[in-house]
Design a protein around this ligand. Sequence first.
Ligand code: NAG
Ligand code: NAG
Length: 482
Amino acid sequence: MFHKGLKFSIYFSLVSSWTPWVTAITIPTTAPSTASTIDSSQVAVSLEFFAFPGYTELVSTGTCLANLQSLRGAPVAVRIGGTTQDRATYDSTLATPVSYTVASPTDAPTSLTFGPSFFTLAASDLKGNVTIGLNRQLNNQANTLSAAVQAKNSMPNLYAIELGNEPDLYASTSPIVPSSGWSQTADAASEKSWFTAIAPSVGNMFQAAVYLSWRTAATIPLLGTSINNVRSVSEHSYPQSACNGASTNLQTLMSHSGIVSYTAGFKADAASAHSAGVRYFLGETNSATCGGGGISPTFGAALWIVDYVLQGALNGVERSYFHQGTIGDCQYCWWGRFTTGAPFYGAYFVSAFLGTDGAKLEMLDDGTGAIASYVIFNSAGAPVRLLIYNSNYYDGTGTRSSTSVSFSGGGVPASGTVTALRLTGPNATSRVDEGGIVTIGGGVTFDGDCNVVGSETRENVVVSGGALTVNVQASEALIVFL
Ligand SMILES: *[C@@H]1O[C@H](CO)[C@@H](O)[C@H](O)[C@H]1NC(C)=O
Ligand SMILES: *[C@@H]1O[C@H](CO)[C@@H](O)[C@H](O)[C@H]1NC(C)=O
């Protein structure tokens, strides 16, 4: 949110000849009432249903989640679900977590079964809250009920259960679709009747809606008293589409003003969920649908994650669950059968900004320009860190521009130095999996198992006359520690 009390002072900078003036932004001395609350798992992870057991076999899954946990001081919430949850049938006699056959190892199955060890694996391998997506599309309520009971009995970390994935996309031939046809109203009636049938066996722990295109606010009143069975409401969000070869645009994806206007679309849905007493999550999200496009594995997508997580929070999104799809065929995945990808660097960096003590977030720019500025406050309301994101697009051609941003006010000492941590890469199109070297603090990268390699160096930022100035290049972000 734009801080109402901003005071601007404009002066000529003698050091930065390419930016003839800089604007000093006044940091509030204490968290304003408009600041947004930060969840301990604001950055969360979604794992495609059929691929979940495979993810537990990758060393990088545990390491990446542990890295984010150590930055936030709380385990990462995980949702297991996606398209294949609505193709899955529970088999209480199955000895393996999942069973399916596919023509090629990178295909997603069109049908699968899963057994009790699916849930014991989720209990043993995942440390944070787990949301499990079960099937509604096949209209086998007795089967879904037995799976839900098994999940409840074997998972102390079970947070919520979804019944169906993206019902707005159900085909008219789906078994759940009645002869009278499908609509958001019909879906809400179906959700309500399933919640009512299953809640007595597992409790009031459903994640409702799970929509890609329908808006969740319209469903909440249609659920009536069944909202009492609901713990959270989920919207799926992909700013771009890569389905059927659709073209994607990295500059648009990572534009700060573009991210501000896109995420504003969640504000009313979040407000309606909160006024109904339930939580509001982007329960599945990533850069582009259908596993991602060419923009998805880039450094620009890492920068998008930083800004998108923070803008989501400002609009009432309590967690953004970044989807990890088919292992080995997934452009937007953070890890998998390739080295730790550039997008993970964004997840890591924004988690470092939120930190173990980040409680309230405020935006310090007006959301219309290319430069984003944020301040995070601790639970005592004191400003602890700034984040500056220069979303000007640098694709490697021409000269890389740089912008100076000055801050004064809350948390800025009268003089001396503070430190800063930079997230940078050769250019927005750089891909770690193609040899591009993205770094945090000059020296930190991740190996293929998501282990931190190298060490962070914090830059010194001189404070003079109660103000500090930082330079951030196009397609780069910086954290300032106050
Ligand atoms: C997980 O969810 C429970 C509610 O079921 C909550 O009390 C707990 O704090 C959550 N844990 C984390 C780490 O978010
Ligand atoms: C962008 O960076 C990559 C290295 O990650 C490099 O291969 C590529 O050539 C750069 N693009 C341009 C246009 O220089």
